[in-house]
Design a protein around this ligand. Structure first.
Ligand code: NAD
Length: 364
């Protein structure tokens, strides 16, 4: 199994180094993993003149999975948009056809105090948001500006975008959600998909609802419920533990996945996966390159280590190894180890490397 490792900028190299130690330990224990590193983001721009050099793209395209740190550095904020570090992640999504974004929101009971919600509402939360990533109003054509051709404001300047989804786009994201629910059910979750739409107002999302319902016929072991997006936003803060897998379009998913992430109150803990039709994927922490703490050994590596666990589960077909890593992370938290971002006021904290040491030791 070939893994392209792209550490990137800011804290990227520090946190990826710890995830690599975990993966190397699994390799020492017999897992057949091969790693190849490449530059991406601002680092790649500095060395090769482009945030996503052809060699990096080729490596990612040829790999079974990509482990990605983070990109972005204020030193490059004045560059023209096409050369900014963040373009690398957009380019990879596009070129690898990464249409499904999987973002778990997990709150370990030990960290319940970090949430802005009451501990009893969120403690033990473990849900998965599946967001469609390449369609919807973000990419629909036509879009632009013009003078309004009709209506009460005819002749006035206006802007417009187009919301659209095709049947194959909805089918493939629905399959990802139902299959994820099935995998999670085997690990003790409810086996339920909540499809979030706005079918009461938008034709695009009535179509979405119809197609998801059709695809569901192939998953009789999984329950399907439909929910309007406004209600879903409310339920996520009222009773988030009632959800299992949530599937939705690009724009609603953008908003709901950030809402769900914040339920846990700790950005340094949240992994993510972006998958294509072949099940290959890019795995990265949900946070950015954190330039404010880069190079100081303070970053929390757990989101990246948990992203590596998702990679083992979703692209490399190694669910047991994934569980082993996730259990090691849980054990370390139970032991009381905290990086500064998840420590309570007055609680002692450890650095990036010490947290990596502890996870490797907890692998047993
Ligand atoms: P950020 O996620 O990098 O940081 C937000 C805050 O969270 C900062 O205070 C940071 O110190 C803290 N933080 C983030 N990750 C942490 C970790 N692992 N451990 C401890 N603390 C952590 O978001 P930002 O500051 O808005 O963006 C910084 C740069 O990252 C920008 O250039 C932005 O474009 C980029 N970015 C990249 C990605 C990506 O690579 N996919 C995603 C988001 C932002």
């Amino acid at each position: 199994m070939n893994i392209a490792v792209l550490p990137g900028d800011g804290i990227g190299p520090e946190i990826v180094a710890q995830a690599m130690r975990v993966l190397q330990r699994l390799r020492d224990d017999g897992l057949k993993l091969e790693f190849e590193f490449a530059d991406v983001g601002g680092t790649a721009y500095e060395r090769h003149g482009h945030p996503l050099p052809p060699a990096t793209l080729a490596l990612a395209q040829g790999a079974d999975a990509v482990l990605f740190g983070a990109v972005g550095d204020p030193r490059f904020d004045r560059l023209e948009r096409a050369l900014r570090p963040e373009q690398a992640i957009l380019g990879l999504r596009k070129k690898l056809g990464l249409f499904a974004n999987l973002r778990p929101a997990i709150l370990y009971p030990e960290l319940a105090q970090a949430s802005s919600l009451k501990p009893e509402v969120v403690s033990g939360l473990d849900i998965l948001i599946v967001r469609e990533l390449t369609g919807d109003i973000y990419f629909g054509q036509p879009r632009g500006r013009r003078d309004a051709p009709d209506g009460a404001f005819a002749g006035q300047p206006e802007a417009f975008d187009t919301m659209r989804y095709s049947r194959p786009e909805i089918e493939r994201i629905a399959h990802v959600a139902f299959q994820a629910a099935r995998t999670r059910k085997a690990a003790g979750h409810a086996g339920r998909v909540t499809s979030v739409d706005k079918a009461n107002v938008l034709e695009t999302f009535q179509f979405w609802k119809d197609v998801v319902t059709e695809v569901h016929a192939q998953y009789p072991d999984i329950e399907l419920e439909h929910m309007y997006v406004d209600n879903a936003a409310m339920q996520l803060v009222r009773a988030p533990k009632k959800f299992d897998v949530v599937v939705t379009g690009n724009m609603f998913g953008d908003i709901l996945s950030d809402e769900a992430a914040m339920l846990t109150g700790s950005i340094g803990m949240l992994p993510s996966a972006s998958l294509n039709e072949q099940g290959r994927g890019l795995y990265e922490p949900s946070h950015g390159s954190a330039p404010d703490i880069a190079g100081r050994g303070l970053a929390n590596p757990l989101a990246t280590i948990l992203s590596a666990a998702m990679m083992l589960r979703y692209s490399l077909g190694q669910p047991e190894a994934a569980q082993r890593v996730e259990k090691a992370v849980r054990d370390v938290l139970r032991q009381g180890l905290r990086t500064a971002d998840i420590a309570e006021p007055g609680q002692p904290s450890v650095g990036t490397e010490a947290m990596g040491d502890a996870v490797v030791a907890a692998l047993g």
